[in-house]
Every structure is written in C-alpha cells, then in structure tokens.
Design a protein around this ligand. Structure first.
Ligand SMILES: [Zn+2]
Length: 76
C-alpha cells in the first residue's frame, strides 16, 4: 500500500488501495487522503445521510455529499 501525505490530518500515512470513484475527484482522494481519514469520512457521510435523509442516487444529494467530502478531506 502506498503512503500518501494526507491533506486532512497532514500525516504521511497509508492511502487507499484504489480510487473510490472513477473520476478526477477519486484520483485526488487516492493521492491525498489517508485510509484513516477516509474511514472517518465514511462515518461522517453516513451521519449526514441519516440526518438529512440523503439518497446517494439522487444527483442533487450526491453533489452535496461530494462538496461536503471535499471540505472534510481538505481536497481544495
Ligand atoms: Zn489523514
């Protein structure tokens, strides 16, 4: 597993095995997010989805989740 310098926690840690999405954002996550922070986001996302009753298959909801993810993982 490759080490990445994570933009969220600032540590050099193990990254993901593969990009979580097949797009530019997925590539950025693969290169700039550690495994632990990704797990944290997964938990956070579940909380958001329950709290706001979000459906990841809904385009608007999925766009909102992407924006929150970028903020959470400090990808910008
Ligand atoms: Zn991290």
């Amino acid at each position: 597993m490759a080490k990445v310098t994570c933009l969220r926690c600032g540590n050099e840690k193990e990254g993901l095995d593969e990009a979580p999405f097949r797009n530019e954002l997925g590539k950025r996550i693969l290169e700039h997010t550690c495994n632990d922070c990704w797990d944290e986001w997964m938990g956070q996302q579940l909380m958001f989805m329950n709290e706001y009753r979000l459906d990841p298959l809904n385009d608007e909801h999925s766009k909102y989740l992407d924006e929150e993810m970028v903020k959470f993982l400090n990808l910008k």
